[in-house]
Design a protein around this ligand. Structure first.
Ligand code: ZN
Length: 202
């Protein structure tokens, strides 16, 4: 019966590494930003990789994407980073780390509609503060970074696929084809069609 014990122990260890699922009580505390629960549990959001105190004023996550931890150390051990806004680890997240979080979020989500307000919500900071901090650390504003990321992906798609221009725009988060074409030309000196002609990899 030792084997059964081992399996049981493995299961428990596995469960400890990921958080608990969210109970009704946790959920109510999170959507009410109830500070009475601060220190009692922490919640982490898989899509952003960030964890918070229940009282955090950030937009509530999708319930399915969130999990709960008993301590900030557990959340950190599971690979989550502390929220910039509610500082669940009791220390301020360095600006460099925050800018990295924001950049890596854009690297993964450039195809979606993103603006400063959305980024602020998702990366837990006011749009103004986010804009300033990002620019200070990265040397470009978040929106310029996003445009650069999109254009880099667009160049790749133009060179290696024969996808129509409008689909390329779509795939990099720019649904408005004329705007995509104009911006592409402004940043690279070529229209998407010209660029493809010059860089086609056959
Ligand atoms: Zn927070």
């Amino acid at each position: 019966m030792e084997r059964t014990d081992d399996i049981q122990r493995e299961r428990e260890n596995g469960r400890r590494r990921t958080g608990q699922s969210i109970s009704e009580e946790h959920w109510l505390a999170i959507i009410a930003n109830d500070s009475a629960y601060d220190g009692i549990f922490y919640y982490a959001v898989r899509t952003t990789g960030i964890y918070c105190r229940p009282s955090c004023k950030s937009r509530p996550p999708k319930r399915d994407n969130a999990e709960v931890f008993a301590s900030s150390a557990d959340a950190a051990a599971a690979g989550y980073r502390a929220c910039k806004r509610c500082k669940p680890a009791g220390v301020r997240l360095p600006d460099e780390d925050w800018a990295e979080q924001i950049a890596s979020f854009m690297d993964r989500h450039y195809a979606e509609e993103l603006d400063l307000a959305t980024l602020g919500d998702l990366c837990h900071g006011s749009p103004y503060h986010l804009h300033r901090t990002f620019k200070k650390v990265k040397g470009v504003t978040p929106l310029v970074y996003l445009q650069q990321t999109r254009m880099q992906e667009a160049r790749k798609l133009l060179a290696v696929t024969s996808m129509p221009i409008s689909n390329v725009g779509d795939r990099v988060g720019m649904r408005n084809t004329p705007y995509f074409t104009t911006l592409f030309k402004k940043l690279t000196g070529y229209t998407p069609a010209q660029y493809r002609e010059r860089h086609k990899r056959t």
